[in-house]
Ligand binder design. Structure first.
Ligand code: NI
Length: 214
């Protein structure tokens, strides 16, 4: 033979090594990728896989210092947004949109309780939230709590949040998912809106849920 034949055992070992690397990469991706909880629905609201439960019992503190639970809001639709008071742009924009949507609904909007739940309870104290929520809507309720209470509530709503250090210990941003949740009078999940949804669409969608009850 003029040419040496390729070494099959060597190629086999290389293929096995590549397969092992690919498998490891796949497993790492499965573990770290965010769980998709929603796909784009037919309208502005999002269709959520029925197997995924969103919401549930929480116990927090409102911006007036009262202990509140989800049960305190029964009889109203809850319109819930998770964020944090020091958020430079996304949270203020979203809360402003919710306020516009509620005002758009006129009297019907009274059936809806807008709720802001902080994912940054260390800085968003009761006193801070009292001032913060007043910037957006006179009926907006701000909720904070212990780190454990907040984490438990965020988990129920599948809200991703993580501190991003920006220098000193108390100087940080918080990465967080930005969905608006609409919960029924019984506290059960109705639908959710992607961040930056047109307030008109939010108002229309909510009105549809209110109409369909009567
Ligand atoms: Ni934000």
């Amino acid at each position: 033979m003029m040419f040496s034949r390729p070494s099959y055992p060597l190629i086999g070992a290389m293929l096995a090594a590549l397969a092992a690397i690919a498998l490891a990469a796949y497993v790492a991706w499965q573990v770290t990728r965010p769980v998709p909880i929603a796909t784009v629905g037919s309208s502005s609201s999002l269709a959520v896989s029925p197997q995924i439960k969103i919401g549930g019992p929480f116990e927090l503190m409102d911006h007036q210092g009262n202990r509140v639970t989800d049960a305190d809001f029964r009889g109203k639709l809850m319109l819930i947004y998770f964020g944090y008071g020091f958020c430079p742009d996304v949270c203020p924009t979203e809360l402003q949109n919710l306020a516009v949507a509620l005002d758009e609904m006129g009297g019907t909007g009274k059936a809806v309780q807008p709720i802001f739940i902080t994912v940054d309870p260390e800085r968003d104290t009761v006193d801070f939230l009292a001032e913060y929520v007043a910037n957006f809507h006179d009926r907006l309720v701000g909720l904070t709590g212990t780190r454990e209470q907040i984490d438990a509530t965020a988990t129920l709503y599948r809200v991703y949040h993580a501190k991003v250090k920006n220098g000193a210990d108390d100087d940080y941003l918080v990465d967080h998912s930005s969905y608006v949740y609409l919960m029924g009078q019984d506290g059960a999940f109705l639908t959710m809106f992607r961040g930056a949804t047109d307030p008109k669409k939010i108002a229309e969608t909510i009105a549809g849920y209110i109409d369909s009850r009567s």
